[in-house]
Each structure stands twice: as structure tokens, then as C-alpha cells.
Design a protein. Structure first.
Length: 251
């Protein structure tokens, strides 16, 4: 039975023993147990009923059971909007699921969500409302876990303003039927102070970052494609400076 009670302030004091007891009884995450206690004015019995009803409706129990499974497959997605260029890595257990339309839709939803309100961490991203506004991104992931039966994890996010001087690259690029969504197994996004008329050096550096095992002191690294020139030298010859970059990968 779903119980609807007035939501109290998150500042409501929560008894640690009650938290531990409900954790032991339900196996659900502490964050959900705290939410249940806030919803039910710290009533353990009502909180337990609320948790079980919500768990059944939103697949929390299945997601909790699967979350220890290894997630070595998945995709990196890149999405450009007029305001931002966003990148996210969404992991799963098998290559089969990574090609599923529901998984791709979840990756797209993740990118749309972080593009609308750029977060500073994955944890922040999971708490953001999705475009449908009836659930958070974390809840959307849990729902997809229940549907596909595999552990799914958002492992990385990156968002930068779309200044017109942003380039991206995807290694092992795969087809996506979702308009605007580009996917692969390694993704790189570079922001520059200006985008040169000849964009080839920028894209060469994207490929260098994708293939490099270390990104420390990037400007001094010899280019993988031509070791006679460093990344910094290529930037200077092209008349641009890298102001920021990010690399995300599967596995």
C-alpha cells in the first residue's frame, strides 16, 4: 500500500538505530531510508511500508541486488545543444545490453539532463530531475535496471559551454538511432580559446588524448601520430590554446 503523507523538512532528525534497523530489514540504501523516514515523520513502521511500496513500484530491490555486479561494458555518449556540449559514460554488464534501445535512450536522457543543469559530480547528476520531471536521473537508471535485468551505472559526466570552439572525438564510434546522440567506447571533448579555420590539429589532439595512457603535462607530450612534435607545439602552430578537456571511457 502506497502511503502519501506530508513531506517534512530534510532537516528532520533521524535516529541512527532506526536507520540501521530498516537497512537490515529492507536492504535498501540509506538515502532511501532517510527519505522514507522524512516522508513518515520518523515512524519506522510507516517508513517500512513506504519503502516496500516504493521499492516494488520503482525496482529498487532488484537494483540493490544487482549493484555489486561488474560493469565492464557500456557506451560513452556525446550530445551537443545550443548551450552545452555534454559527455557521459554509462556502464552495464554486457555488450548486448549496451546496444539495447532502452539503454541508448537512458544514455540520451542522462546527457539531456546534465545539459539542462550542469552538475559538478555524478552524485549531483543522479539527483537531477529528468526531462519528464516525474523522476530523478538516478530513479530513471533504477527503472531501466529493472527493465533490462543488468546492473547499470553512470560512471562519469562532463559538460562545457558550447562556445563554438569545442571539438569532440569518439573511438569505436557506433551507430545511434537517436538524433544528435553520438556514441563510442572512448570519448574526448576539448575546449579551445578559438577554433582555427583548419580544425585538423584540434581533432588530431582529440585522437591523441583518446589514445594516451597518461594525460599529465599534456602540452609536453609528443603527438602519438607524429612524435617529432609535442601537443603544445601543434597548438602554437595552429594558433589556438586548449582551455579545458575531458576523456571518458568504458571499462
Amino acid at each position: 500500500m502506497l502511503i502519501s503523507l506530508r513531506k517534512l523538512s530534510s532537516a528532520t532528525a533521524v535516529n541512527k538505530k532506526v536507520l540501521q534497523s530498516l537497512r537490515s530489514e529492507t536492504g535498501l540504501p540509506f538515502i532511501k531510508i532517510k527519505e522514507a523516514l522524512n516522508e513518515t515523520n520518523n515512524n519506522p513502521e510507516l517508513a517500512k511500508e513506504w519503502l516496500l511500496a516504493q521499492a516494488a513500484e520503482h525496482n529498487w530491490t532488484k537494483a540493490e541486488k544487482l549493484k555489486q555486479r561488474s560493469t565492464c561494458q557500456g557506451l560513452v555518449g556525446i550530445l551537443s545543444t545550443p548551450d552545452h556540449v555534454s559527455m557521459a559514460s554509462l556502464l552495464c554488464e554486457t555488450d548486448f545490453v549496451s546496444r539495447n534501445s532502452k539503454f541508448l535512450a537512458l544514455l540520451h536522457e542522462s546527457l539531456m539532463t546534465v545539459s539542462c543543469a550542469p552538475p559538478s559530480s555524478v552524485e549531483e547528476a543522479l539527483a537531477l530531475p529528468t526531462s519528464t520531471a516525474d523522476q530523478s536521473l538516478g530513479e530513471a537508471i533504477i527503472s531501466t535496471v529493472g527493465s533490462l535485468g543488468e546492473n547499470i551505472r553512470l560512471s562519469g559526466i562532463y559538460t562545457t559551454p558550447n562556445t563554438g570552439a569545442v571539438a569532440s572525438y569518439l573511438h569505436r564510434r557506433a551507430d545511434s538511432e537517436i538524433t544528435g546522440l553520438q556514441v563510442g567506447t572512448i570519448g574526448v571533448v576539448i575546449s579551445c580559446d578559438v577554433m582555427p579555420s583548419d580544425t585538423r590539429p584540434v581533432h588530431q589532439i582529440c585522437q591523441h588524448i583518446a589514445g594516451s595512457s597518461s594525460l599529465e603535462d599534456l602540452s609536453r607530450q609528443p603527438m602519438l601520430q607524429d612524435e617529432s612534435m609535442t601537443v603544445g607545439e601543434l597548438c602554437r602552430s595552429g594558433g589556438f590554446t586548449i582551455t579545458d578537456f575531458c576523456k571518458l571511457s568504458v571499462g
